[in-house]
Unconditional design. Structure first.
Length: 147
């Protein structure tokens, strides 16, 4: 992978479609969405040297989807709180998932405590009390099924 799939771009934002198996950032020795985004800005805007591109939200490497990147520090400072706001006032994230088997309830809510597993670089469900765990809440609705 050497290109980013740009959905929208202006002087403040770069909105891209992140494919699976690509880390948003921080994958030592591997391509990242952040690195590819910086290369894209450098190439299309003829910007030599270091390019600023702020990460305001992330997706796990195994997840594909739309990610908003800030092209300026001012845009990042305004967008970051919107993506971090869990009260419903900020950006809303919607995930679509395909699952194997039948989901018994057509809609519902799942609540777990999750923590960051630094060694694996991912979030995990805390099956026992953990001081650094945070509540994760998922509301779901079955949109269809295929036999």
């Amino acid at each position: 992978m050497s290109e980013v799939d740009v959905i929208y771009e202006d002087n403040h934002l770069l909105v891209v479609n992140k494919p699976t198996k690509l880390a948003t950032m921080g994958a030592a020795g591997q391509p990242t969405l952040h690195g590819l985004g910086c290369d894209y800005i450098r190439r299309t805007r003829n910007k030599p040297g270091k390019v600023y591109l702020g990460i305001v939200s992330r997706l796990d490497s195994m997840t594909s989807g739309v990610i908003v990147l800030a092209r300026t520090s001012k845009a990042a400072s305004r967008l970051t709180p919107q993506f971090a706001n869990h009260s419903g006032d900020g950006a809303q994230k919607t995930y679509l998932a395909a699952v194997s088997g039948r989901v018994e309830q057509q809609q519902g809510e799942l609540v777990d405590d999750v923590y960051k597993d630094e060694t694996a670089h991912r979030m995990r469900v805390a099956h026992h009390a953990k001081a650094d765990a945070k509540e994760a809440r998922l509301e779901y609705r079955v949109m269809g099924h295929h036999n």
